[in-house]
Design a protein around this ligand. Sequence first.
Ligand code: PFF
Length: 456
Amino acid sequence: MSMQSTEERGYWGSRLGFILAASGSAVGLGNIWRFPYMTGENGGAAFVFVYLMCVILIGLPLLINELALGRASGKNPVGAFRATMPGTPFVLTGFLCVILCFVVLSYYSVVAGWTLGYAVSSAMGKSLVFEDFVRNPLYMILLLGVFLVFTILIVQAGVQKGIERWSKILMPLLLVLVIVIIARSITLSGAMEGVVYYLKPDFSIISGDKAGDMVLAALGQAFFSLSVGWGLMITYGSYMPKGQNMVTGGVWVAFTDSLVAILGGFMIFPAVFAFGMEPDSGSKLVFETLPAVFAQMPAVGGLVATIFFFLLSLAALTSSISMLEVPISYILDEKKASRKAASWIVGVFAFLVGIPCALSHGSVGFLTELELFGKTGFMDIIDFVFGQILVVVISLLCSIYVGWIWKTKNAVQEIAVGSPGFAKGGGFSLSVVWSFFVKFVCPVVIGYVLYTKLWS
Ligand code: PFF
């Protein structure tokens, strides 16, 4: 990422710099790990369809919404609400963003630690049994710690040019490997059933009594995957120079992110059905399915597995650094601490909060069996409260704030700088459509989904 440290409040060096950094944040475990298991838990193709609708109709307008707030204010999420309209209670939304990023960083790093563990074991030619692997408490804590130290080291240095250079080579390579794995997965015997499950929607699920859960999960997943609803795009928007086109930039990020998620599913579901596994087995889905696919690649399986898990760890790293960047940008803007001290303090706290998550997959009985809100296990409960509910609440507040308090005309003015086509065309300009979505469609749909989930 060509960005200077926020102590100088730097700017992206180029349009590509922004697209790479924002896509680096968006593409991560959310696409390869979370999307397949959410799809599996929510009935397959119908979920994929609702998910894509959520990305296009809700996620993308709100992505641009956040970028506008960030660039107009030049501030972190808390500062952005304060600067654009001082004195409103919506500043609370900014604090919620900081808390959300901090909490999710803690368990995101647990899963990233799993990918590191799988990379190391594959390199040593050892195959892992997921259940035994996650039951080893010291190893879980060690992997969590190692991953967080990498995250902290990058963020404390200011976001370095190296990452941008690396991402340019490594992310396309990840994509190539995903395609290689898809090729193996869909040619397994019995794979077609998985392709049908993934592509042929059974819409009775949308009208059934599980509909509310499914739509909420799809909406939450869209926000999780796009990094929208976390203040991340506010922060990255604040590093965007005025001349940059945030509309095409936003579309690129949403497109890349969705493409990788869809490919992630193609890697998993044909194999799940070919091996007679359960698509709704939850967060272990990818970690059980992929090793079985690698085992079907004679001679090269070990190598492909090693490179794949290593690259996935790096994709997780470009996401985790962005998650840490949100609380850090707040601290640097508002509290005047040093970047280094802030990175270590927040990182160490994330480690402490991550420990119970790391131990909730068999190593500690109480954390593993805990049940709340229909979820089992400490990490799944935290993911539900923060990664599913809070992110949706924040997105609702952001759309109400820009739509009705700060007003879309101010946002449109900001977006149009650098995006000349946006406000042109009279009654049918893109800006009119966008404003309609932010003022009406987003708050009504998000509000309704939340209402049916929480109160009916
Ligand atoms: N979008 C990332 C993923 O799909 O893995 C997760 C994420 C990163 C969410 C950064 C939010 C964020 F601020």
